[in-house]
Design a protein around this ligand. Structure first.
Ligand code: FAD
Length: 351
């Protein structure tokens, strides 16, 4: 069955909901297609101890502030899921679940969105499919030889799964630091990073990051020098558990090893460490496979955009994913503005 509609939003995580809020306000005819069975996008799959890096007041989508979580300055992932669930109900967003979008094709004046539950002929598409679904692992010699457990951040749940084991955590970003801090007390931990970890100042949280990302965008738009943005401040937000483990001297790092062996890892100088598990906290790529038929892929797996609008297909907007689709647009506090701009442009196009 094929339905006709003004706008299809692909993805019902925070970015899709923020788009839905603004589409609703402008009275457009739209649908949100989401592959998950329940509300909350990637937050449903976070590890047990994951907390936001900002207080609730600085983690809100447009229109409805996130309530505080009793007893927690930094809400946990379950609180975010609850908030997103309440948000989509409050605005009666037309979300279809679970619907996996297979592809987006050009079809004359429309974009045809095909899925495992039918097709939609849309005048515009907002893709908000996130990154969690495309974990990135580097290729390291010996990965196929290692007989212990290898997993990516997306599969990590809790330190109890590794109690007493020798665990190697790879990655110097926020996920690597948080997973290492989680494991530091109950495992024999080796934290491996390509360069020494760069902690942000302890008082910098998500709000300060948003302000920094915005200031950089404004400077670039005004033709001023690049301020360096968030990356110039460091790589790791010193959330309380990371700060505590670091201050207790439990977050020492080793440089990246050169290969895996059958029972561990080996560095360039021949030093070896045995391991029961290697956890790859090595990041994500945008989940854009459904847009492949449009032939828009640019460098680093991104689709070149002007703001959120795809340069090669003006009927397509990309929301979330990373700073390349708007300052801090992959954060709760930042996605609202990018969503507002995207929806305004979609409305202009439909006019
Ligand atoms: P997602 O939450 O991934 O939602 C995308 C939705 O699209 C999913 O439901 C997915 O199933 C669906 N989808 C994907 N492909 C398809 C398809 N083909 N068809 C249909 N549906 C599809 N941000 C903050 O603001 N504060 C934080 O403290 C913070 N901490 C983070 C910690 C970690 C470990 C990570 C990874 C990210 C963190 N972020 C944080 C960043 C960001 O807020 C989250 O990544 C957030 O989940 C991004 O929301 P999203 O809507 O863009 O994507």
């Amino acid at each position: 069955m094929t339905s006709r509609i003004d706008v299809v939003v692909i993805g019902g995580g925070q970015a899709g909901l923020a788009a839905g809020y603004h589409l609703r306000r402008l009275g457009l005819d739209f649908v949100i297609l989401d592959a998950q069975a329940g509300a909350g996008g990637a937050w449903q799959h976070a590890w047990d101890s994951l907390h936001l890096f900002s207080p609730a007041a600085y983690s809100s989508l447009p229109g409805r502030p996130m309530p505080n979580q009793p007893g927690e300055t930094y809400p946990d992932a379950a609180h975010v899921v609850q908030y997103l669930n309440a948000y989509e109900q409050r605005y009666e967003l037309p979300i279809h679940r679970p619907v996996q979008v297979r592809g987006v094709h050009r079809d004359g004046p429309h974009l045809c969105v095909t899925s495992d539950s039918g097709a939609w002929l849309a005048r515009a598409v907002i893709s908000a499919s996130g990154t969690w679904w495309r974990p990135f692992l580097p290729t390291v010699p010996g990965m196929d030889l290692f007989t212990g457990r290898q997993l990516h951040t997306v599969e990590y749940r809790s330190p109890t799964d590794f109690a007493g084991q020798r665990v190697i955590v790879v990655g110097g970003g926020n996920s690597g630091a948080q997973v290492a801090a989680d494991l530091a007390y109950s495992t024999e931990l080796t934290w491996v990073t390509r360069r020494p970890p760069r902690f942000l100042a302890d008082d910098i949280d998500g709000r300060a990051l948003f302000d920094t990302a915005t200031a950089r965008r404004r400077a670039l738009d005004a033709g001023a020098a690049d301020t360096g943005g968030v990356g110039s401040l460091g790589d790791i937000v010193a959330v309380p558990p990371v700060r505590e483990a670091r201050d207790a001297g439990l977050l020492k790092t080793s440089p990246m090893f050169t290969r895996l062996t059958t029972n561990g890892v080996e560095w360039a100088d021949g030093t070896r460490a045995d391991a029961d598990a290697v956890i790859w906290c090595t990041g994500f790529r945008p989940a854009l496979a459904h847009l492949a038929p449009l032939g828009l892929r640019g460098p680093r797996g991104h689709i070149p955009t002007d703001g959120t609008q795809a340069i090669g297909e003006p009927r397509l907007h990309l929301l979330g994913y990373g700073d390349w689709t708007g300052p801090a647009s992959a954060t709760l506090i930042g996605v609202g503005r990018a969503a507002r701009d995207a929806v305004r442009q979609v409305a202009d196009l439909l006019d």
